[in-house]
Ligand binder design. Structure first.
Ligand SMILES: Nc1nc2ccc(CNc3ccc(C(=O)NCCCC(=O)O)cc3)cc2c(=O)[nH]1
Length: 203
């Protein structure tokens, strides 16, 4: 089976991944939940499920490199093989991303490459998009530009607000992220040396 960890804050995606990896059919197991801020709901969800937690508070570190280095140390301590970023809002350094290349997954609340960066749902509304959704991708040094693993589209409705669209996208996230994790953990998908997705049809 595959070891992995979640680096998160709020926790609804963590909850979805916890439920998925509890299933006997899952190729993955959550071994540690790391948060970059103390006292968040995600840490409580993990503890309730008997999963180890760690807090690496970025405010306590003088540099991004030291912060990322501490996270890397925790990942090594738990023999992690796949890392899922779920609401983790700190940009990771190039050296960290290079070390974990092909093992680092992120979920973004738009159909990349549209609407990169923060407030993606608001960008979609302001652009008058009729369809939006979520994207699970391998993390690359360039933010929100990594190879796409899975996407799910949702309609944008006439009376949508940032909140109603975010809620609809979040429901899609809770399906897409577990599906993408199983693809990676089960060997169905991997990242090629050229940064492009390689599908294994037999997995
Ligand atoms: N290098 C790399 N690292 C990442 C870290 C987190 C996320 C999650 N999605 C994120 C996408 C954007 C941001 C962002 O722009 N935050 C405001 C600046 C915060 C800060 O100064 O740190 C954060 C997370 C994606 C990436 C990525 O695609 N590449």
């Amino acid at each position: 089976h595959c070891l992995k960890c979640i680096v998160c804050v709020s926790g609804t995606n963590l909850q979805a991944l916890m439920e998925q990896t509890k299933r006997t059919s899952s190729s993955a197991e959550i071994v540690v939940v790391i948060s970059n801020q103390p006292g968040v709901l995600g840490l409580k969800r993990a503890s309730l499920a008997g999963i180890q937690t760690r807090v690496v508070d970025h405010k306590l570190y003088g540099s991004r490199a030291e912060f990322d280095g501490t996270i890397d140390h925790v990942l090594e301590e738990f023999d992690v093989e796949v890392v899922c970023l779920a609401g983790f809002m700190r940009i990771l350094t190039g050296s960290f991303v290079r070390k974990w290349n092909g093992k680092l997954l992120n979920i973004h609340p738009s159909l990349l490459p549209s609407f990169k960066g923060v407030n993606a749902q608001k960008q979609a509304l302001q652009a008058g998009a009729r369809v939006s959704g979520c994207t699970v991708h391998f993390v690359a040094e360039e933010v929100d530009a990594g190879a796409i693993i899975a996407q799910e589209a949702v309609p944008v409705l006439m009376n949508d607000t940032e909140e109603s669209l975010s809620d609809r996208i979040r429901e899609a996230e809770h399906r897409a992220f577990p599906a993408a994790l199983e693809l990676v953990a089960g060997g169905g998908v991997r990242l090629g040396d050229d940064g492009r997705i390689i599908w294994n049809p037999n997995a």
